[in-house]
Design a protein around this ligand. Structure first.
Ligand code: PEP
Ligand code: MG
Length: 592
């Protein structure tokens, strides 16, 4: 039966495909397709992994029987029996075979998919004892996965998502192997999302998360349809259900009827046509009707994104979120050489265009590593985050600064510092930058010049711009956090997402004031939060005097289209009106 789930729209477009439910803890399992010829070998890998675990249990059982009845607790023997039974369960074995044979999933993916199917059945059981066997099932799956690690897949073939894109017509005709897949999880960390770059999935749905949570930001950078904050989706949707993601409306349609499927198929094609039309603007300079040159820059997460930024028509990188180099490494941070190589790749990848590298911003909804997440900090968004974290560990910060300065010798690099608020933090930061240069001088290592900028993302910073303008070459407004901290709305919490409002007069006031003061002093200013890539806000920001926007590469052409249609001079008076209004959102609606 068709039903829909409403969440938050984070990445544009329509995706239609089958649901793949992935437990949050299992996203690090490899997901790729195998060739039909690899099927027997892949089934063999699961068999070998399973047999290894069965053997291990048999060994344990044997050692227990040597003990006296006193030392061998009855619970343990019973548990081992249950584990053996689960390992030999027909449904597990035939299910895994099905995912490998019929869907060409790799062995690990097939195993975890079948685990999700059976776990759901356990969840629905009345009997509490049986319900609790789910934990045993998870344990043995974990063991099999570990045993399989030693048995390599013959050929690891990563299929790009483009290769698997199917038209609506194909979907109706061919319901077997080649259908797009939609990933559904309760939660995904930004680092998990990063793993799914180049992945097999055509869309994402998560139960939790806000529009500007970092998970949503990475989903947007992947430029595939996604909905977050879809509450119970991971419980309501079953493995393999047909689902439609409407990334523009934030709606998920489950088990759609053929009429609905056809309707969304049409919408999907319209979207593709629109993208094709926008593609023609690639080489058109971003200049308003009244001749104002607008700088459209890219936000990137990895050096490998640089070519994507160039292809999208970016004239530089306005925000390289360096923290993604630091995540998911079990706490082992990248050393100077590794960081230097990464920044250098980004700088060289932009072929002479500027790259603004932001120093590490971990904490809050960007944990370094899930297992290291420190729940002792009750309010991580207000805690040891970004520059606070860097200043708390000067050796680590100096390592990053040296790496960035060295990369600057290979092209145009700017240095951007996140979350500053105190003058003392600014002084401290500059002292460390000087020290990093001195250390490189002492070592006789080459480095290049950098412009140094600060993010304005805490209201207190926006209210004390004077001190920032004294020290910095340029400012970059991080509206994602500026909104979060001005309105006291956790950007990652879907339950208050309706109150997260870029058009609140207080937010607009801080943004407008920052732009105006920078311009008055001849300092560069850009917006690098999600507001910069929102086409419904382009005119307003132009009217406020903004001339530099940094956003996901996928948003650049749509924003350029707005720029080309705008008369920046004429928008000034209108923007003033919007700023003076109690409910700017209403005025904006009428204007569009
Ligand atoms: C912001 O806060 O607007 C920003 C660009 O930084 P991040 O989203 O990485 O916190
Ligand atoms: Mg921020």
């Amino acid at each position: 039966m068709t039903f829909s789930i409403h969440g938050l729209a984070v990445a544009r477009g329509i995706a239609i495909g089958r649901a793949v439910l992935v437990a949050s803890s299992r996203v690090d399992v490899a997901h790729y397709f195998i060739e039909a010829s690899q099927v027997p070998a892949e089934i063999d890998r699961v068999r070998i992994g399973r047999n290894a675990v069965v053997d291990e249990i048999h060994r344990l059982q044997a050692s227990i029987t040597h003990m006296g009845p006193k030392e061998a607790p009855h619970e343990l023997t019973a548990l081992l029996d249950v584990h053996l039974m689960l390992l030999q369960d027909d449904e597990l074995i035939s299910g895994v075979k099905h995912w490998i044979t019929d869907r060409l999933y790799n062995a690990e993916w097939a195993l975890t998919t079948q685990l999700e199917v059976i776990a759901r059945q356990f969840d629905e059981m009345e009997d509490e004892y049986l319900r609790e066997r789910k934990a045993d099932l998870e344990q043995i799956t974990e063991k099999v996965l570990r045993a399989m690690k030693g048995v390599a897949s013959p050929v690891v073939q990563q299929l790009g998502r483009a290769a698997r894109k199917k038209s609506q017509q194909d979907l109706l005709l061919d319901d077997t192997v080649d259908v797009p897949l939609i990933l559904i999880a309760h939660d995904l960390s930004p680092a998990d999302m990063l793993q799914f770059k180049q992945s097999v999935f055509a869309g994402f749905i998560t139960d939790v998360g806000g529009k500007t949570s970092h998970t949503a930001i990475v989903a947007r950078s992947l430029d595939i349809p996604a909905v977050v904050g879809a509450r119970l989706s991971s419980q309501l949707v079953r493995q393999d259900d047909w689902v439609i993601i409407d990334g523009d409306a934030g709606v998920v349609v489950v088990d759609p009827s053929s009429i609905i499927l056809a309707e969304y198929g049409f919408k999907q094609r319209q979207g593709e046509l629109e993208r094709g039309r926008l593609g023609r603007l690639l080489h058109t300079p971003a200049i308003t009707l009244d001749g104002q040159k607008i700088e459209l820059l890219a936000n990137i997460e990895m050096p490998e994104d640089a070519p994507i930024a160039i292809k999208a028509g970016a004239v530089g990188v306005g925000l390289f979120r360096s923290e993604f180099l630091f995540m998911g490494r079990q706490g082992k941070l990248p050393n100077e050489e590794e960081q230097y190589q990464a920044y250098r790749r980004a700088v060289e990848g932009m072929h002479g265009l500027p790259v603004t590298i932001r120093t590490v911003d971990v904490g809050a909804d960007k944990p370094l590593d899930e297992s290291l997440q420190d729940s002792a900090h009750l309010n991580p968004a207000l805690g040891l985050r970004a520059i606070r974290w860097s200043l708390a560990d000067p050796a680590m910060f100096l390592t990053q600064l040296r790496a960035i300065l060295r990369a600057a010798a290979h092209g145009r690099a700017n240095l951007l510092i996140p979350m500053l608020v105190h003058a003392s933090e600014i002084r401290h930061t500059f002292a460390l930058i000087d020290r990093a240069r001195a250390e490189l001088d002492n070592r006789g290592v080459a480095y290049g010049p950098v412009k140094i900028g600060a993010m304005i993302e805490i209201p207190a910073a926006a209210l004390t711009l004077k001190v920032f303008l004294k020290y910095f070459d340029f400012l970059s407004i991080g509206t994602n956090d500026l909104i979060q901290y001005t309105l006291a709305i956790d950007r990652a919490d879907e339950s208050v997402a309706h109150l997260y409002d870029p058009l609140h007069p207080a937010v607009l006031g801080l943004v407008a004031q920052t732009i105006a003061e920078c311009r008055a002093q001849g300092k560069g200013v850009s917006v690098c939060g999600e507001m910069a890539g929102d086409v419904s806000l382009t005119r307003l920001l132009l009217g406020m005097g903004l001339r530099s926007f940094s956003m996901h590469p996928a948003q650049i052409l749509a924003v350029k289209q707005e720029v080309l249609r705008a008369d920046a001079g004429k928008l000034v008076a209108w923007a003033e009106q919007v700023l003076a209004n109690d409910e700017p959102g209403l005025l904006m609606k009428n204007h569009h």
